[in-house]
Structures are given as C-alpha cells and as structure tokens.
Design a protein around this ligand. Structure first.
Ligand code: FES
Ligand code: FES
Length: 153
C-alpha cells in the first residue's frame, strides 16, 4: 500500500492508504480527526469540507493520492492556541449551531469565502455557499459570516 505524506493542521503526517481512499476517511479513521463530518459521500451536503492549501474542498470526494505534499486544515486547526479564529468566535457569539453536525463544514467554507472575498462578502457570495443545514440555521450563519467579515476587515 502506498505511503502519502502531507500536513494536517501544520503537523507532518505519513499515512499508508489505498490511492483512492477518500481524505475524509483518512482524517477520521486513520488519524482520528473527527471534525469533518460524513453526510452524503457524494459531494452534495458539504459536511466534510476542509481546506487544502487554503481552499475549501469536500474531503469525501478528494482522494488521498491528490494531497501528497499538501497542507490540509480541519476545524481542529483553526484556533491559534486558546484564541479562536474570528469565524469560530462569530459562530459562538451568535450561537449559530443547532444540532451542530454541519457546522464544522459551514465554518471551513466561510473561512475560504472570506479569503476569496477579502472579508467583504456580498449576500450573493453568501448565497453561493452550498453547505446544507438540516436544522435550518441559515439566517444565523449569514449573521455570523457578516460579523466575522467585520471583525477581520
Ligand atoms: S459528506 Fe462530503 S459532501 Fe456530503
Ligand atoms: S445545525 Fe444541525 S444540520 Fe446544521
């Protein structure tokens, strides 16, 4: 079985895995990193969203052979020590989650959105986020994205 080397949350890792194994399962089952969630496995719900070299990717549809040498960031790697990332802080301040299942993916998608929009997302930009929330927290997510954008501007 091939060995893949990459970083997760700035820690170098080396994993033996079949080339087609989804990064989601590498993270969860081989590395014990359970922030990224399994919802659909077919790139529809986005609950598994993490960052690859800073770009949001659905890890259920990303193969481990595609991340050799790359930098993976999960929700576990966003905070700086005891200081939450501004997006996490906005989520807490606005009390966004209901069941919480989709929220790591929502937060990671937001981090990427704020990077792409330089902290000035329009409502249309926010509408373009495809992460699903079965609890319907979309209104609070929108508020939190705007609060995080203001904090980061
Ligand atoms: S589990 Fe990856 S998109 Fe649904
Ligand atoms: S908070 Fe329950 S699915 Fe989004």
């Amino acid at each position: 079985m091939p060995t893949y080397k990459f970083t997760v949350n700035d820690q170098p890792v080396s994993v033996d895995a079949p080339p087609g194994m989804a990064v989601l399962w590498v993270l969860r089952d081989k590395l014990g990193i359970t922030g990224p969630k399994y919802g659909c496995g077919v790139n529809a719900c986005k609950a598994c969203t993490c960052l690859t070299n800073g770009v949001a990717v659905t890890t259920c549809s990303q193969r481990v052979s595609d991340i050799q040498g790359k930098k993976i960031t999960t929700i576990e790697g966003l905070a700086n020590g005891d200081t939450l990332h501004p997006v996490q802080q906005a989520w807490l301040d606005i009390d966004v989650p209901q069941c919480g299942f989709c929220q790591p993916g929502q937060i990671m998608a937001t981090v990427d959105l704020l990077r792409r929009t330089r902290n000035k997302p329009t409502d249309a930009d926010i509408d373009a986020i495809e992460n699903m929330c079965r609890c319907g927290t979309y209104g609070r997510i929108r508020q939190a994205i705007k609060a995080a954008a203001a904090a980061m501007s």
